[in-house]
Unconditional design. Structure first.
Ligand SMILES: *Cc1c(COP(=O)(O)O)cnc(C)c1O
Length: 402
């Protein structure tokens, strides 16, 4: 998963370019910056590497989602259909623009179940937001068709799946807009950062202004910029962009290692007939940042987690079902509408209703799923040791529960 594992001279060089001029801001100061425009250069690189027309960097992946929603016109009272398995940032962004997160079931892709999306559509639905969790993706053809039929916006939260593709196109470039996060544990990192990608000029132009106080960036200098709409400050700094620039140049290396290590570890787990794997939609190419696998029952999965913990080999393995960050079962703050300032009535009512909403289909999947984070720096020997120990722990539990 994380680009931080291969941080080095390349990142230091790019950051140093910025430190030499002292211009830490991405806009203005044209003279003193001596031609150093790291954020602009990174945006250009993103459009080339991922194949989209426009890229707008932001201060975080959460800010990228918020920006994309604002630029797509999602706001007060609009419903956004999203999965019950994601990171808390996905619903934070929905709430931040005044919209309502409508959480629905996932399937064995670990992402939105298209049938559940269809069933959740109401006259207030404005957007479908698949979250491409753990390196792989939702069935985008099915979701696109639903969006086309119902005239809905498709916004891809691809924050966790940098480098994965669907039918030859990079995730985050297929919907009306898509986002990546470059936070510290993502496939490429800026320390903190994110990006909105789109092929729509208008969505880009709005994202550009929105992330910089609504400044239109058309003035002869910054002071002469006008404000066609109200924005915020979700800017990235040149220092952060510099790190990202070094990282994006190494993305091919990161993905190569991820795929190789994922495949090698998977070969061990494949020896166990009771273990199955996450479904990747046809035409999908997993970024391989995680290896997500299933056991036949919740009881066996919990026993394997306990056994791995006892043996000291649980680190890097995520049992999301009981995880505070990623699954509806533990989002009490969301279900209690625990915000610091008042929500709108419709938002509050929708959140409180989540307390009464059950997700048996998602529970049946998440309770059997373990995701193993794939390191870029594992040696062949470490993978062998890890694989053998995992297989032994799983076999032991299966044997004891025969
Ligand atoms: C990391 C992440 C985000 C938000 O990213 P930040 O940069 O940490 O704000 C959004 N969605 C998902 C699924 C993520 O994993």
């Amino acid at each position: 998963m994380p680009g931080f594992e291969l941080f080095g001279a390349e990142e230091r060089k790019e950051v140093n370019d910025v430190l030499e001029t002292g211009i830490l801001m991405r806009y203005g100061f044209d003279g003193p910056r001596q031609g150093i425009w790291k954020a602009k250069e990174l945006e250009q690189a993103i459009t080339e590497v991922f194949g989209c027309k426009y890229a707008q960097l932001t201060s975080s992946g959460t800010a990228a989602l918020t920006t994309a929603m604002a630029a797509l016109g999602i706001g007060a009272g609009d419903e956004v259909i999203m999965p019950a398995f994601t990171f808390v940032a996905s619903f934070e962004a929905v709430l931040s623009v005044g919209a309502i997160p409508v959480l629905v079931d996932i399937d064995e892709t670990l992402t939105l179940n298209p049938g559940a999306v269809r069933a959740a559509i109401t006259p207030q639905t404005k957007c479908v937001m698949p979250v491409h969790m753990c390196g792989s993706m939702a069935d985008l053809d099915a979701l696109k068709q639903i969006c086309d039929e119902h005239r809905l916006i498709l916004l891809e939260d691809a924050c966790q799946s940098i480098g994965a593709s669907y039918k030859g196109r990079s995730l985050a470039t297929i919907g009306d807009a898509g986002t990546f996060s470059f936070d510290f544990v993502k496939t490429i990192t800026c320390a903190e950062g994110g990006v909105v990608m789109t092929n729509k000029e208008e969505v880009y132009r709005k994202s550009d202004g929105y992330t910089d106080h609504g400044h239109d960036h058309l003035g002869v200098d910054r002071g002469a910029d006008l404000h066609p709409f109200i924005g915020y400050n979700y800017r990235i700094s040149e220092l952060h962009a510099a790190v990202g620039l070094a990282q994006i140049r190494k993305l091919g290396t990161f993905l190569g290692l991820q795929k190789k290590n994922n495949k090698a570890l998977r070969a061990y787990l494949e020896q166990i007939p009771e273990v199955s794997f996450r479904v990747v939609p046809e035409g999908g190419d997993d970024s391989c940042s995680f290896l997500s696998w299933f056991l036949p029952t919740e009881e066996l999965t919990k026993a394997v987690v306990t056994e791995m913990k006892t043996q000291g080999i649980l680190a890097g393995n995520f049992y999301w079902f009981v995880n505070n960050w990623h699954y509806i079962s533990k989002w009490d703050h969301l279900k209690n509408a625990a915000t610091l300032s008042a929500l709108s009535d419709v938002q509050r009512e929708a959140l409180l209703r989540l307390k009464e909403t059950a997700f048996p289909a998602s529970d049946a999947i998440m309770s059997r799923c373990i995701s193993t984070a794939i390191s870029l720096v594992w040696t062949d020997e470490q993978i062998r040791e890890k694989g053998e120990k995992m297989v032994a722990a799983i076999r032991e539990v299966l044997q004891a529960n025969k």
